[in-house]
Design a protein around this ligand. Structure first.
Ligand SMILES: C[S@@+](CC[C@H](N)C(=O)[O-])C[C@H]1O[C@@H](n2cnc3c(N)ncnc32)[C@H](O)[C@@H]1O
Length: 303
């Protein structure tokens, strides 16, 4: 299965990439050698699973964003647009006031730019809705500089003419496993994303991660969507006791209940794929590599 290179509801992929080029023009066009060097350091820190070393300073976070987030943003743009329930939330096509989105592990900006690139065209129609998008990014590292620079460019280049007031972004630097439901305003959310973050949460604290998913069940409102993506295949296997199995089985068990038992009813699985590709246009103009993305995804809705 493949996602479309460009979904018609969104800005074109090159415009998404250009937003990163503009935001980080100094780093990408005047200091590229330094960015490449930092990317190598981040790569080796990540390989050693030393996340603190990888993300302990702003220059490294900017380098990470320049290298990986543009390709992610383009792929997520297509995925969000393709999944109809998410498309409707992000383009504010639903009744009931502002739409609220929580992006867990969204500090590197890919989700923010993808949401904005689907939201923006919906503001340029003749009678845009009065509802807006409230985006809350939570990440354990402090990505304030990266996401505020991206948000500034979104406001000036995409959401001009007063439309930027309809797209608010708030960033919180905190461990999601230690935050309480009130801080996260779980009972008001329309969409939660956990993109390439669930594995990291489970590797930090398995029972804390299960408790976090359970707290979503307890506090989220009816209709709230939850999107999870992770690498397809064995990289996303998890060991519990002596058994190893795909992480999505564990997530399904927590959210949907055990198969064959009668306790189904907290969430329903709306859409899913065990392996989907986003293959970008190879002619895209960007000074660093843009990788294709392969993942599994699961989209749940709270009942
Ligand atoms: C592999 S990156 C994925 C980044 C982004 N979501 C994407 O798909 O491009 C995982 C992200 O989760 C964040 N993260 C890891 N553990 C976390 C925690 N306990 N609470 C909040 N964020 C966390 C990391 O800092 C990192 O930004």
């Amino acid at each position: 299965m493949s996602l479309p290179v460009h979904h018609g509801d969104t800005l074109p992929p090159q415009e998404v990439i250009d937003l990163f080029k503009r935001t980080f023009s100094h780093e990408l066009y005047e200091d590229l050698a330094n960015v490449r060097e930092l990317v190598q350091k981040v790569k080796s820190d990540l390989y050693n699973r030393d996340y603190t070393a990888a993300f302990d300073d702003n220059a490294k976070r900017v380098a990470y964003c320049c290298r990986w987030s543009p390709a992610r943003a383009v792929a997520y743009t297509s995925l969000f647009a393709q999944l109809e329930p998410i498309n409707q939330v992000v383009r504010c096509q639903l009744q009931g006031g502002d739409q609220r989105v929580l992006c867990v592990g969204g500090g590197a900006g890919g989700e923010l730019v993808a949401l904005a690139s689907l939201f923006t065209p919906s503001r340029h129609v003749r009678t845009p809705s009065n509802e807006g998008l409230q985006i809350h990014l939570v990440d354990i590292y402090d990505w304030t500089n990266v996401v505020s620079r991206l948000q500034d460019q979104i406001n000036t280049n995409w959401l001009y003419n007063g439309q930027s007031r309809f797209c608010n972004m708030e960033f919180t630097s905190n461990d999601i496993l230690k935050m309480d439901p009130g801080q996260l305003q779980l009972n008001q959310l329309n969409l939660i994303t956990l993109l390439f973050t669930t594995n990291e949460l489970f590797s930090q604290d398995k029972s804390g991660s299960i408790k976090f998913l359970q707290s979503l069940t307890t506090h989220c409102q009816r209709g709230c969507l939850l999107l999870i993506t992770e690498s397809a295949g064995s990289y996303s296997h998890i060991t519990v006791g002596s058994k190893k199995f795909p992480i999505q089985f564990l997530i399904d068990t927590v959210l949907l209940g055990k198969r064959g038992q009668d306790n189904h009813g907290n969430w329903t699985l709306v859409d899913q794929s065990d392996s989907i590709w986003y293959r970008g246009d190879p002619d895209m103009d960007y000074p660093l590599k843009l990788e294709n993305m392969r993942c599994f995804y699961r989209l749940y809705r709270k009942l």
